[in-house]
Design a protein around this ligand. Structure first.
Ligand code: ADP
Length: 255
């Protein structure tokens, strides 16, 4: 089997005295579409933040694309990662947040072009051409000169997806990207994610409350509760024939 693009091995994480992850292990295959579901407050966001290096871990190892994330190999020894290593690893992963996090004073085009200019040294015209291509992909090229405040929530989220793609990550993380949207705007964002899955071989990890989307989009679903994986399997099995009582109880509430 190919090396997984994400490998989480025995990871524990505490916030002060609260241990939120205990010996968590799972891996994600390259190109896989993985959905993380659970009652809220069950560490889905924390896992995405750890992968983005926005949170540290207390123990265990994470490998991204074959390289240790929070650690680095130096002279044959594994040591804590320095900023340069984290910077390199961050470029492999893009994240889209629930609340868009666009730069309010920049135009749509500038929002998408900025990171490649700052981190990859692209010239402004080069970055703008690439940004326009991505805006076309998400159906937002006609709004390139507008500011985020002039857009609907669904449009903002499509721009945020284009912005995350601008650094050409191998992995995209989606953290409840439709939960702040009015119901009629949810579908346009999900359609962009479907398109991304069809047109690229991107690895996509999503935390979502859209169970029907998880069901037809994901290759595999992990159900978490209390900081642990309760059950994992293909969506047909998890949603139609969950084995664990806790999964059954959760699905009865949300579906
Ligand atoms: P989910 O995304 O599944 O709703 P989270 O990952 O946001 O859950 O949170 C998991 C647990 O970790 C919760 O009990 C939450 O209160 C706690 N937690 C998350 N972030 C922090 C933090 N920065 N400081 C303290 N506790 C936190």
């Amino acid at each position: 089997m190919d090396t997984p693009i994400i490998n989480i091995d025995n990871v524990s994480k505490s916030f002060g005295a609260l241990e939120v992850l205990k010996d968590l292990s799972f891996s994600v295959a390259s190109g896989e579409k993985l959905a993380l579901i659970s009652p809220s407050g069950s560490v889905k966001t924390t896992i995405l933040r750890i992968l983005m290096t926005l949170e540290t871990i207390n123990s265990g190892m994470i490998h991204i694309d074959g390289e240790p994330l929070w650690h680095m190999a130096r002279n044959g020894e594994i040591v804590a990662a320095d900023e340069a290593h984290l910077h390199k690893m961050r470029a492999k992963i893009g994240m889209v947040f629930q609340l868009f996090n666009l730069f309010p004073h920049k135009t749509v085009l500038e929002n998408v072009a900025l990171a490649p200019i700052l981190t990859k040294g692209l010239s402004k015209p080069e970055a703008s051409i690439k940004a326009m291509e991505l805006l076309e992909m998400v159906g937002m090229s006609d709004k390139a000169e507008q500011k985020p405040a002039q857009l609907s929530g669904g449009q903002k989220q499509r721009v945020a997806i284009a912005r995350a793609l601008a650094l050409q990550p191998k992995i995209m993380l989606f953290d409840e990207v439709t939960s702040a949207l009015d119901p009629e705007l949810v579908e346009e964002v999900l359609n962009v994610m479907r398109k991304l899955a069809e047109e690229t071989d991107m690895t996509m990890v999503l935390v979502t409350h859209e169970m029907s989307f998880a069901r037809d989009f994901a290759d595999r679903v992990l159900f978490f509760d209390g900081g642990r994986i309760v059950e994992s399997g293909p969506p047909e099995q998890i949603f139609s024939d969950p084995k664990e009582e806790r999964t059954q109880a959760f699905l009865r509430k949300v579906i």
